[in-house]
Design a protein. Structure first.
Length: 314
């Protein structure tokens, strides 16, 4: 590798992409975690469609920071419109999404890029999913991967994808957890969805990447997902839509014989989906909207027919 501008060895550029909306206090901590990365070749891109100027005032402090590009995206009226500029702004070979309430460990990018460079067959690198609450207190690992050995472990993409479908648990993590190469992904998250998946846009991306290469996961958490009351995922309709999208992902991949090869594997994945969501039903059936509940009940009937062998397309 050649010499960089500052006399350091040149390394692939990583684009850290932070969309933000009306969350200046949490965003400030998120941004500092990006600026604290030990990896030397980083660009930090911020798009801001807040309804007030608090974040814009905060960004005045960073106006002379050469690693940051800030876009005050006032015209954006939706999450999708605030995500879209990253497609043109990002110049990195590697992409790191960073939601504006999550935190990166200082050495996350350095360690993950090192693993990519050491193992060319990888298409996805993540770590165990560390969780923090609204005040930043560590609350544990969500959906832990048991039995990991060493600093990190490598699995085939096929095995990692099958584990997703048989657990119906996104152990790979939200967008902030993962580092990947731009060229390896066709259906990017530029418009806050992936192939039409909105609630499970991250899972849809991971499955696409896992079909193309191997998977590495660090035993230690290298990012922290913030679990707080203002999150989109707390909305009952979002939880209901997650169920619908899991069923769609399971069916779509079974029909292509990707990860789920047999009818029994297909049924096992649907059975696990039903088991997981039964735990949510006491709240969802009371608080979900009539429209989403109707879709949910219709899909449950479909799944139950498949599990009982009553469906026509055997």
């Amino acid at each position: 590798m050649g010499e960089g501008k500052n006399g350091t060895m040149s390394l692939p550029l990583v684009s850290v992409m932070i969309p933000t909306y009306n969350r200046p206090e949490m965003f400030a901590l998120t941004l500092e975690s990006a600026l604290s990365q030990t990896y030397p070749n980083v660009e930090i891109l911020v798009t801001d469609n807040s309804t007030n100027e608090e974040t814009a005032k905060l960004m005045e402090y960073y106006k002379d920071e050469p690693r940051i590009t800030y876009l005050r995206n006032r015209e954006a009226k939706s999450k999708a419109e605030n995500f879209a500029p990253f497609e043109q702004l990002a110049k990195g070979e590697y992409l790191q999404w960073l939601m504006d309430d999550d935190i990166l460990a200082p050495d996350k990018l350095q360690r993950m890029v090192d693993v990519f460079l050491a193992h060319p067959n990888l298409t996805l690198v993540t770590s165990q999913r560390g969780m923090i609450d609204g005040e930043g207190n560590y609350t544990g690992i969500y959906c832990p991967v048991e039995g990991l050995e060493g600093e990190y472990q490598i699995f085939s993409g096929e095995k990692a994808g099958r584990t997703l479908f048989f657990s119906v648990c996104n152990y790979i993590g939200e967008p902030s957890a993962v580092l990947f190469r731009r060229r390896d992904l066709v259906h990017h998250y530029w418009r806050a969805d992936s192939r039409g998946y909105v609630t499970l846009s991250d899972v849809a991306m991971w499955l696409e990447l896992l079909e193309k290469g191997d998977f590495a996961i660090f035993k230690e958490s290298l990012s922290w997902y913030r679990n707080h009351d203002a999150q989109e995922g707390k909305n009952p309709d979002v939880v209901l839509n997650a169920f619908l999208e899991w069923e769609s992902l399971i069916t779509e991949h079974y029909q292509r014989k990707a990860y789920l090869k047999t009818r029994e594997e297909y049924r096992n994945s649907l059975r696990r989906l039903r088991e997981v969501w039964i735990e949510f039903e006491p709240v969802l059936l009371v608080e979900g909207s009539a429209e989403m509940l109707a879709k949910y009940r219709e899909r449950v009937v479909k799944i139950d027919k498949i599990l009982s062998g009553q469906d026509e397309n055997k």
